[in-house]
Design a protein around this ligand. Structure first.
Ligand code: SF4
Length: 260
């Protein structure tokens, strides 16, 4: 009986280790209990995904589901992420759970900039993903990905704890596909901080300030005389050049977040 249990245990251990073993370097049979050959990427990614520390950060009703996920029934401890960190400087993962108002967006971007790399963002729920039931409301932004790069979207209003855990597993898969040789945080030069959006009558993104100036001041400057003040108030159609620049900026940010 005892020897069967030992064999079973060995089989389970072997099965769990299988995904970490090197594809081509074989270990002789008599050393298999003591020696394992793997890659640096596997160890590096396994350690990061097994201790993904989330930021304690909730915005609205979705946060209640996030809190439930962290409680005993769902047990985030099995992923090494049971303690939500109170500081962005100790966190790897921002779970944006709830409605993102225009007033809150600058604070979210500022907190994101304070997180050390590698850092990830999970948009939890319809509101954080695209505005949800408040989309195009006067006070709500249509998704946090307008301002910071999002790695995983979890749909639902609100998503269940099971859905959030599924999103976290998807994030683990993304981490597993990255390589230490190509990840952005080990490239030369410091990463650029994301400009903090400016809260005003309507929030605006400083990355688009040049385009906004060209569209408003440029168009108004071209009109002289009594019609000039009226022209300033007229919305101007966006030029093809401005659209191309927006597309180029979006492609640049997407490329930065591509998994290796
Ligand atoms: S997605 Fe639904 S549950 Fe989540 S914050 Fe928005 S309204 Fe609340």
């Amino acid at each position: 009986m005892e020897s069967t249990m030992v064999t079973d245990f060995k089989d389970i251990k072997q099965e769990q280790m299988q995904e970490f073993l090197h594809d081509s370097i074989q270990v002789p049979d008599d050393l298999q209990s003591n020696v394992m050959v793997t890659t640096l990427d596997k160890v590096y990614n396994w350690s990061r995904k097994s201790s993904m520390w989330p930021l304690l950060f909730g915005l609205a009703c979705c946060a209640i589901e996030m809190i439930a996920t962290a409680a005993s029934r769902y047990d985030l401890a099995r992923f090494g992420m049971e303690v939500m960190r109170p500081s962005p400087r100790q966190s790897d993962l921002m779970i944006v759970s709830g409605t993102v108002t225009k007033k809150m967006a600058p604070a979210i971007v500022r907190i994101y900039n304070q997180m050390a790399e590698p850092r990830y963002v999970l948009a939890m729920g319809a509101c954080a993903t695209g505005g949800g039931p408040f989309k195009e409301g006067y006070s709500v932004v249509s998704g946090i990905d307008k301002y910071i790069p999002v790695d995983v979207y979890v749909p639902g209003c609100p998503p269940t704890p099971e859905a959030l855990i599924y999103g976290l597993l998807k994030l683990h898969e993304k981490v597993e596909r990255q390589s230490i040789t190509t990840v952005p945080w080990y490239r030369k030069g410091a990463s650029e901080a994301i400009p903090v959006p400016v809260l005003g009558p309507d929030i605006f993104d400083p990355r688009k300030v040049q385009i906004i100036k060209e569209q408003t001041l440029g168009a108004a400057a071209a009109v002289k005389g009594p019609a000039a003040s009226k022209a300033r108030l007229q919305p101007q159609p966006m030029t093809e050049d401005a659209k191309a620049r927006i597309r180029a900026a979006q492609a640049k940010y997407r490329a930065q977040k591509q998994p290796a």
